[in-house]
Ligand binder design. Sequence first.
Ligand SMILES: NC(=O)c1ccc[n+]([C@@H]2O[C@H](COP(=O)([O-])OP(=O)(O)OC[C@H]3O[C@@H](n4cnc5c(N)ncnc54)[C@H](OP(=O)(O)O)[C@@H]3O)[C@@H](O)[C@H]2O)c1
Length: 298
Amino acid sequence: MKQKILITGASGLLGLNICNRLKLNSNFELFGICRTEINFDCEDVNWVYLDLTDFEVLQEFFKKNFFDIIIHCAAYVNVDSCELNKEYVTKLHVDVINTFQIYSPDSKIIYISSDSVFDGINGNYSEQSIRNPLNFYSYSKYQGENLLFNSKMNFLILRLNIYGFHRPVSNSLVEWAIKELKEAHSINGFSNVYFNPLYVGQVSRLIEKAIENKIEGVYHVGSTESISKYNFLKKVAKVFCLDDKLIHETQYQSFDNKPLRPLNTTLNIDQMKSKLNIEFNLDDGISEMFDDYHFYTI
Ligand SMILES: NC(=O)c1ccc[n+]([C@@H]2O[C@H](COP(=O)([O-])OP(=O)(O)OC[C@H]3O[C@@H](n4cnc5c(N)ncnc54)[C@H](OP(=O)(O)O)[C@@H]3O)[C@@H](O)[C@H]2O)c1
């Protein structure tokens, strides 16, 4: 029998890529939740339009449907706006998980967390490192993790950072940089902010493997190479044949009226390598993004 998989945030940067990967696997039947109706073809996914923070609607939905696995990608990722919408953000990042727990306790949940649950002081964080979120977005992701730690559900928490394209193209870091560079505008890249992000295509393959191998617990997933955001943007520019001299090296500084952001959120990926037997190269990820580019821009 096919495994029924529900993907929340299925139209988003990561969620859509997961849909496009898992729909090729004949062992899975996919259901995707978002609020805004998609305006492109994505067959083989059963689209469900609902607001996850409307708990009555969500409860009714779970009364009628059971899923073997829920991949919870839906999120409010604008760090600045999260500070102004704490109640809503808590509902989406934390309370929704409680609803899964109450109304779908036998589902396995794959919770997409963030490298920003760490304070970024030391970097190379392992799964056992002490979490210390600096802003409300990160705090809410940390609370979502805590809820799972205290629940009886089977769970897999993936801490990560990602890059790629939305459909239609939006304004994540690489989308913004490519748009500006194409228009020959100068941009700034932070040379004191470090991460080891994955291309969303790499994350989708990892999730498929984690499902097949019934992996549980907390996993840090990232590329083998850690890099500053400045050097990352330079690499992206080169692969996309854009003028990397338009990228200016600058230092991130915190401002009184802005939420704090961690400086070095690099993740130690030893557990991913040993238990999942998988590794992802940063340059390969950027090349894969380039190869996929036409798909997102047509
Ligand atoms: N982007 C990053 O750099 C980054 C870094 C680290 C971790 N993450 C984590 O990775 C995951 C995926 O992020 P992403 O960048 O793919 O997000 P995204 O592109 O902003 O997509 C968010 C998705 O959630 C849906 N959504 C938002 N609010 C909803 C609601 N109330 N009810 C139903 N659906 C809702 C959106 O669709 P509608 O708007 O149509 O509802 C969209 O499909 C998140 O858990 C995020 O915390 C992201």
